[in-house]
Design a protein around this ligand. Structure first.
Ligand SMILES: [Zn+2]
Length: 461
């Protein structure tokens, strides 16, 4: 693969650290390096969890396009040691490794359904314990951490820049956060790098006894190991900015004072459902898997996500999904068999402008309107849409023949009995599920429409 000259396209990204949109200049254009905090693996990803995966997948695709597919290293970790995982294992009586393996498999298949490419590297925390211990030892040696009571804590007071990313003072952070006061802490803000494990919990031998790492240290250790002491972009949801990202910065910058850790910090906003925060108590909480099972194609979910800029709250609505499905059906019909197109410069320019995915989609609409199938297909590909594989949901896989047979026989019966209630019931259910019902003297034809939802047909027959 030849690498395009990076000066062909100026990429501009909003840097959370400086709160400005800046021109992106890679440390090494031969190897653009990105780190994104990945999931803690103990349960299915909910819809909100998928947003950073999709957002940073677009960034990955853009960088690959501009710098060349072999010149981008994208690392997204799996947190496979965590108290939530331990709790799940205790609740279910299942081994931890079984839970984490299963969840990693689910995550990869769910994200795959959303058209998310696998990152270059997907390290698991438990594979980097030695590196974490080494980093913690260094932090103790340089006076940034201390051991107490089987724990090791990072001394926040030892790092004057603490809080700069989120722009908050230490006092503000203490007031706003649930800071755990513990007898082994010198300061309530100090956070755990290492903690002791009882025999029933996962643990590793360390200079401070058998224990396990705190959450924050894993990203510092893995990004250092895989990307070095300075790399280009660190991403994650904005719910991670404090304390997780502040703590990562403190650890990494104190352990490797020569390095700059991440030059650019990018944070995606959260996801809502029908205008409300997604929560189990509101009953609007669902997983990616559940949505896929209901027959919402992964590509539709992706399209809806990308129709909102990553820095704004994304409101998931059934109406948006319906519209997206309609659009994608049309576009797939248009690009079917199209080949050899180039990404339209305006689509590239929109993405290079701080990942303006909504702007890029506007250009796609125009290209579709002009009937430029080859350019539409290549351009949509840069957003991870309209791939040949992805189009399989269009038209295929929906078998309504049983429904058609039942409706036809109900009509025959109704002609005799003059009772059309069963015909009406079936028709109403089909229409509610987004099926176009065509009844003629020749028979019944059922055509799934753009808003077709197979889940609504459950129990109709
Ligand atoms: Zn992280």
């Amino acid at each position: 693969m030849t690498r395009k000259a990076p000066d062909m396209v100026e990429i501009r990204l909003r840097n959370s650290r400086t709160r400005k949109v800046e021109t992106f200049t890679p440390i090494d254009p031969e190897n653009v390096r990105i780190y994104v905090c990945g999931p803690t693996v103990y349960e299915r990803a909910h819809l909100g969890n998928a947003r950073p995966a999709v957002v940073f997948d677009v960034l990955f695709r853009l960088m690959r396009h501009v710098y060349g597919p072999d010149h981008v290293t994208y690392v997204r970790n799996f947190t496979d040691v965590d108290d939530k995982i331990n709790a799940r294992a205790a609740e279910t009586g299942r081994p931890i490794s079984e839970i984490t393996e299963e969840t990693i498999g689910w995550y990869l298949s769910d994200m795959g359904a959303l058209g998310v490419l696998e990152p270059t590297k997907m390290p698991r925390a438990t594979q980097y314990i030695a590196q974490m211990i080494e980093m913690i030892e260094g932090l103790i040696d340089s006076g940034h951490a201390y051991a107490a009571d089987g724990h090791v804590l990072f001394s926040v007071a030892s790092y004057p820049d603490y809080g700069k990313l989120s722009g908050r003072s230490v006092e503000d952070m203490i007031a706003g956060a649930r800071v755990e006061v513990a007898p082994y802490k010198r300061d309530p803000m100090d956070f755990v790098l290492w903690k002791p494990s009882t025999d029933d919990l996962p643990g590793w031998d360390s200079p401070w006894g058998r224990g396990r790492p705190g959450w924050h240290i894993e990203c510092s250790a893995m990004s250092y190991e895989l990307l070095g002491e300075s790399f280009d972009i660190h991403g994650g949801g904005n719910d991670l900015m404090f304390p997780h990202h502040e703590n990562e910065i403190a650890q990494s910058c104190c352990a490797h004072p020569e390095g700059g850790f991440a030059n650019v910090w990018m944070h995606n906003e959260m996801l809502q459902v029908e205008g409300k925060k997604m929560s189990k108590s509101l009953g609007n909480f669902f997983t990616v898997h559940e949505l896929l099972e209901q027959g919402v194609p992964g590509e539709v979910i992706r399209f809806v996500f990308l129709s909102t800029h990553y820095s704004k709250p994304m409101d998931w609505t059934a109406k948006k999904a319906e519209e997206a499905e309609k659009t994608l059906r049309k576009w797939h019909g248009l690009v079917d068999g199209a080949e050899g197109g180039e990404v339209h410069p305006e689509v590239l320019a929109a993405l290079a402008d701080d990942l303006n995915t909504a702007g890029a989609i506007t250009v796609l609409h125009r290209l579709a309107g002009e009937g430029d199938a080859a350019t539409l297909k290549a351009s949509a590909g840069l957003l991870g849409l309209l791939g040949d594989e992805q189009g399989q949901w269009v038209g295929g896989g929906v078998d309504l023949s049983n429904h058609a047979t039942r409706l036809a026989s109900a009509r025959t019966t109704a002609m005799e009995t003059k009772d059309f209630s069963e015909v009406d019931r079936l028709k109403a259910a089909l229409i509610a599920a987004g099926v176009e019902v065509r009844m003629s003297k020749d028979g019944v034809e059922l055509v799934p429409g753009p808003g077709f939802d197979a889940a609504k047909l459950e129990g109709v027959l």
